[in-house]
Design a protein around this ligand. Sequence first.
Ligand code: FO1
Length: 319
Amino acid sequence: MTTSKAPVLALSGGVGGAKLAAGLASVLPPERLQIVANTGDDFEHLGLYIAPDLDSVMYALAGINDRARGWGVANESWNFLETLTRLNGANWFQLGDRDLAVHVQRSELLRQGLSLSETSQNLCEALGIKHSLFPMSNDRVCTMVDTEQGELEFQEYFVARQCEPKVHGFRFEGQASATPLPAYYSSLTANTYQAVIVCPSNPFVSVDPILGLANVRQVLGSLQVPVAAVSPIVGGKALKGPAAKMLQELNMPCDALGVARYYQGVISHFVIDEQDAGLAGEIESLGMQVLCMPTIMRSVSDQSQLASTLLHALTREPA
Ligand code: FO1
């Protein structure tokens, strides 16, 4: 049974996901929001465990994210990277000095035996974050991208090769045996969330790693509360990252309708930007309700506005 004070669950990956997660945190108190981040992008680098999507949400929640770059920390310095380059180190994955401290400390906590979710809680507390940020699982899941140049690890595809190789599909190494984090999975299967929001993240490499765990996709599809996805495609383009290019390479329509079709059976609501209002009819014929609102988040206030407009539409709470 859900009460109007039941928490909202947000599923997030990448830059767009982090922005809406932070927007939701600005309008909901900590006890009313749980954020789950994709960990398929995580990888070992220079002996460090790096969790980009957990960090993107964490930095956005702490208000220290670099909005221009999209990832990493604002007001960054690059002394470590400069010296690493001079030492012929692996500098293809740019690590700023402040960002590096997070990877070093998370790796040290993991070495001490903390779980990934415990390291996240530890780092969030240290940064003064009161909201709950969970990894999708404490077990390793590695996103592999099948491309015309063979199968690539995610960061090799995304950063080293700048998303250039044509994609044929994806594989999530470890997903079949990984356990969804009980902290959210038990609430999901008990249907105690007031609503679930799939943030405007890449459906293939940021959302699917989460939905493909255990029976998460099936549980979402059978929930009796709103499950809303915010389209990461606006006007036929992704605001950030390779989502639009991937849709094209997978021969799917490169617009909000293509994404809605991909989520068919999982979501009850699909959120599109006003400039895509013309697609509402076709999307509704897929059996989902369409919510049309400004979805482009250029500022912190845009994030909060989208979050409150969305929550009002889904829960009839005051915007
Ligand atoms: N993305 C890049 O395109 N180039 C980088 O050099 C880079 C470094 C980086 C360092 C830390 C971090 O947390 C993220 C970083 N990202 C970088 C983004 C990363 O590839 C993420 O996986 C993407 O944001 C997609 O989620």
